[in-house]
Design a protein around this ligand. Structure first.
Ligand code: KG4
Ligand code: ZN
Length: 344
């Protein structure tokens, strides 16, 4: 079974063809990705209207490239999976409209895919031996949540952010330090050269809360940068120490809360989403959790393969398509009723 996956929820256009064998094994036959980072950089963040237009421009070009690189044709497809949320509505519409345009003459089903479920299942895509139940830490630019996975479509959110996502906290702090957008990876690379400083300390926020919260940290960083701007920019060592403190302020609550869930439930952990590329987070979680999986870096960030794989799993289970719609918010706990997947 060959499934085309289409991802356009934010600023990455991703397409992939994934083959699901009769034994359930998945093989990525081809994948393409176009990042819009350079388009949005001068605005310091994603401009939704520009992002949708760019998806519209890129989709047919990338699709042609994908099929040319695999030697497959549209007629080989058994179905299509397309991200229907959560994400920017205009961007989601581009992907959905494109998917429908392809599916209609081919008479193949289009399955609406939840972007977060795509990230979650990227663990099973790369570790076929990994079977639910397990815990996932989803950490990206738009999402930060700990999810208990009990089966396909069967998710319980154990903890989520009340305000900013972890990636957003990285990016906003990087912006306050005048690092170019998206500054998360740049800030992390500076942090790698820094160390704990007795002068540049940030408060530990949301320690006692069940959920994550990163907006207080952002305010503390803003105040610190305002007070010590000259000092911070005068020395590379000081700049690196400040980045270390910020990274620690984001990574520490992630590690503490997820380790608590993992050890009390004695389950494996999958870490996914763009922030799972963070070296410090990887090292600390590898130290504290016995069994932890990180998808390869190219599948930590948004991509079409995770969407094709998620759709393929539903098709393989005989679940076809609830009507297509788009959702800017779409909690993963609602998926069992959305797809009619029973609990228990
Ligand atoms: O999953 P993703 O590609 O897109 C969303 O769905 O949001 O995640 C992007 C986020 C950005 O906030 C980016 O700054 C952050 O992941 N990121 C990092 C690192 N690499 C990417 N944050 C911290 N350390 C990194 N090495
Ligand atoms: Zn994502």
């Amino acid at each position: 079974m060959l499934i085309l996956g289409i991802e356009t929820s934010c600023d990455e256009t991703g397409l992939a063809i994934v083959e699901i064998g009769s034994d359930g094994r998945a093989t990525i036959r081809g994948e393409v990705l176009a990042s819009q980072v350079s388009l949005h950089q001068k605005y310091g963040g994603v401009v939704p209207e520009l992002a949708s237009r760019e998806h519209m421009r890129s989709l047919p070009i990338l699709c042609e490239e994908l099929f040319a690189s695999t030697g497959l044709t549209l007629a080989d497809l058994s179905g299509i999976g397309v991200t229907c949320g959560p994400g920017l509505k205009g961007c989601l519409l581009m992907g959905v409209t494109f998917a429908q345009g392809i599916a209609l003459p081919l008479k193949v089903p289009v399955l609406p895919v939840n972007h977060i479920e795509g990230h979650i299942l990227s663990g099973e895509l790369h570790e076929p031996a990994l079977k639910p139940p397990y815990i996932t830490l989803v950490v990206s630019g738009g999402h930060t949540e700990i999810v208990l996975v009990e089966g396909l479509g069967r998710y319980t959110c154990l903890c989520r952010t009340r305000d900013d996502a972890a990636g957003e906290a990285f990016d906003k702090s990087a912006n306050l330090l005048d690092l170019p957008y998206p500054g998360g990876a740049r800030l992390a690379s500076w942090a790698g050269k820094g160390r704990a400083s007795s002068v540049f300390k940030l408060p530990r926020v949301a320690r006692e809360m069940d959920d994550f919260s990163f907006s207080g940290l952002k305010t503390a960083v803003a105040l610190m940068v305002k007070r010590h701007r000259q000092e911070i920019h005068a020395s590379e060592d000081v700049f690196a120490d400040v980045c270390w403190a910020i990274q620690d302020g984001i990574v520490d609550p992630l590690v503490k809360k997820v380790s608590r869930e993992v050890s009390s439930r004695r389950l494996p952990l999958v870490v996914c989403g763009g922030v799972s590329a963070n070296v410090e987070l990887r090292e600390r979680l590898t130290e504290t959790c016995q069994e932890v999986y990180f998808p390869p870096l190219k599948h930590c960030v948004d991509n079409g393969a995770m969407i094709a794989y998620a759709a393929g799993r539903y098709f393989a289970n005989g679940i076809t398509a609830p009507p297509l719609d788009i959702f800017s918010r779409w909690p993963v706990e609602t998926l069992s009723s959305f797809y009619g997947v029973s609990h228990g």
